[in-house]
Design a protein around this ligand. Structure first.
Ligand SMILES: [Fe+2]
Length: 172
């Protein structure tokens, strides 16, 4: 196994089983419990640079790469005012809030226009809804005055991280 912070090791083990089970049987195992543990208290993995970010855009930090390319664990730093484009996902993904506050807007696109499904604010220790790579789009923003750090698990190989996760909504 690649080096990993001990606080993240149970999440990596769960993600391995989660990904394999989803692929082979379609069963959706529990990933929320180990993910919640990593954002709701055991945040020893969070380093000072995760609070610094990049003024140009939200910044992704790779924390762990599965040696068989089943998944990656990343932290993302969002400075005040930063947000993602409206996007869906090509792969399964789960994420939670390690520090700060996040606004998530969700959309569906049955035709050429986006239809808002609602918006909610998530705080440290809380998780967004698991996405199995379905048709729903979302936009994630930091509307607070402090940096936001989120923890993500994506069912993607590390060399596809920039193009293989987000399905950007046309025009974004
Ligand atoms: Fe996303």
């Amino acid at each position: 196994m690649n080096p990993i912070h001990p606080d993240l090791a149970p999440l990596a083990r769960a993600a391995k089983t989660f990904g394999r089970e989803l692929l082979t049987t379609g069963n959706v195992l529990d990933l929320s419990t180990p993910l919640r543990d990593c954002v709701g208290g055991r945040i020893g993995w969070l380093r000072p640079e995760h609070r610094v970010g990049d003024p140009a855009r939200y910044m992704r930090h790779i924390l762990y790469v599965d040696p068989e390319d089943d998944f990656v664990i990343t932290a993302i730093t969002w400075l005040p005012g930063q947000r993602s484009p409206v996007h869906g996902h090509f792969v399964w993904c789960a994420f939670g809030i390690a520090e700060g506050g996040l606004t998530e807007e969700r959309f569906r696109a049955p035709g050429p226009l986006l239809e808002p499904l609602g918006s909610k604010v998530l705080r440290a220790g809380e998780l967004a809804e698991l996405d199995l790579g379905g048709p729903i789009y979302h936009r994630v923003s930091n509307h607070t005055a402090r940096p936001l750090v989120t923890l993500h698990v994506y069912g993607v190989a590390a060399d596809r991280i920039t193009t293989g996760i987000n399905r950007i909504y046309p025009g974004e």
